[in-house]
Ligand binder design. Structure first.
Ligand SMILES: Cc1ncc(COP(=O)(O)O)c(C=O)c1O
Length: 366
């Protein structure tokens, strides 16, 4: 049987999911930028208590989570959009803002879901190459904003390249973008950034730029990737209302809501985990550099490594996989000849470095 689908289905790129879930327990999972830390026991308990009441639909206003986020960031609850992961919010925002004839501008390579936004809505994607240090070229992005632009995406720190720009530079671009154009600053990894220094810092931008939304997630620093909670702190209520219009009701399940509320109560532990991750990142970077590899300046919980001209990305990936180490292929993220490696536990990082040292030779060094 051949089903007849909407034309957009053929346009939508397949998301490059991580492979290796079939490899069993003893694998260093460094391919999906997850947290190396499991959720706190209090968070697991809150989720399971909520699950015990799962015969009821979730609170459709998500009031406790909105309130907790509002208290933490000083943004009114009406300007906080919630999603089943921040990917869900990205897709909702695209559905609300984009259509044939409209344009979405973003750097490339950046988060691999971005190309889906134009493909799903029939809008035109304008991809702006990163600079030579694998960072956003904000001037070039500004030059691509036209009367057709509805959405500009800035990924800071950028996935997959891990680089971040200072907020002052981003604000210069914001000043140059017309107020009717929505700007989403995707800050999935902002807590790990020494450049940004503080996840509260960008919140001040919302007061000056009502067309801005800060996209955040509980999947990374809070270690809740499996429960799927994302949020956007918005400069005005409009985007929150529009994303709710295009979403199904009850898109955030009870366990996820309860876990997120509880996770926000443990900021000291979050800070401790950030400190440990940044220290491990520095060790991993030093180890990679010790192998003669070029590593982008990382401000996230992952690193971006260039393999030299003689290296076969596929061979290195296969070699790592054979040694029980899963990392992400640059080819699947828009830049062949690179690896994106998540900062894991000390043991996982050491295992990755040991495996790489067997696989990269003088021939493969950048
Ligand atoms: C830059 C960026 N934004 C958003 C997301 C989506 O995260 P989630 O849907 O788990 O909240 C990711 C996930 O890897 C990401 O890297």
């Amino acid at each position: 049987m051949t089903l007849e689908f909407a034309k957009r289905i053929a346009r939508i790129p397949v998301y490059p999911v991580a492979a290796g879930y079939d490899l069993g327990e003893d694998v260093a999972m460094l391919a999906s930028n997850e947290s190396a830390f499991e959720p706190l026991s209090e968070v697991v308990q809150a989720a399971s208590e909520a699950a015990a009441r799962a015969n009821r639909y979730p609170d459709p206003s998500y009031a406790p989570l909105r309130r907790a986020l509002s208290d933490r960031y000083g943004v009114p609850a009406g300007r906080i959009a919630l999603g089943n992961g921040s990917c869900d919010l990205l897709l909702a925002a695209a559905e609300a803002l984009l259509e044939p004839g409209a344009e979405v501008v973003y750097a490339w390579p950046a988060f691999s879901v971005y190309p889906q936004l134009a493909a799903a809505t029939g809008a035109r994607a304008i991809q702006v190459p990163l600079d030579e240090r694998a960072r956003h070229d904000l001037e070039a992005i500004g030059r691509e904003v036209t009367v057709a632009t509805r959405l500009v995406l800035i990924c800071n720190p950028n996935n997959p390249t891990s680089t971040a720009l200072a907020l002052e530079e981003i604000e210069e671009l914001l000043h140059a973008i017309p107020r009717h154009v929505c700007v989403i600053l995707d800050e999935a990894y902002c807590e790990f950034s020494l450049t940004l220094g503080d996840p509260q810092a960008s919140v001040a931008l919302l007061r000056r730029h009502p067309n801005l939304a800060l996209l955040r997630t509980f999947s990374k620093v809070y270690g809740l990737a499996g429960l799927r909670v994302g949020y956007a702190l918005c400069g005005s209520e409009e985007l929150r209302i529009a994303t709710e219009q295009v979403r199904q009701p009850f898109h955030l399940n009870v366990a996820a809501q309860a876990a997120a509320v509880e996770a926000l109560r443990h900021q000291q532990e979050v800070e401790r985990r950030v400190t440990a991750t940044v220290a491990a990142r520095e060790q991993l970077v030093a180890g990679l550099q010790g192998l003669g590899l070029w590593v982008a300046e990382s401000d996230a919980n992952f690193v971006w490594v260039a393999l030299g001209a003689g290296a076969e990305e596929r061979e290195v990936l296969d070699g790592l996989r054979e040694r029980g180490v899963l990392v992400r292929a640059g080819a699947s993220l828009g830049s062949e000849g690179h690896l994106r490696i998540t900062v894991g536990t000390a043991r996982e990082n050491a295992r990755c470095l040991a495996a790489l040292s067997e696989l990269v030779s003088d021939r493969t060094r950048a």
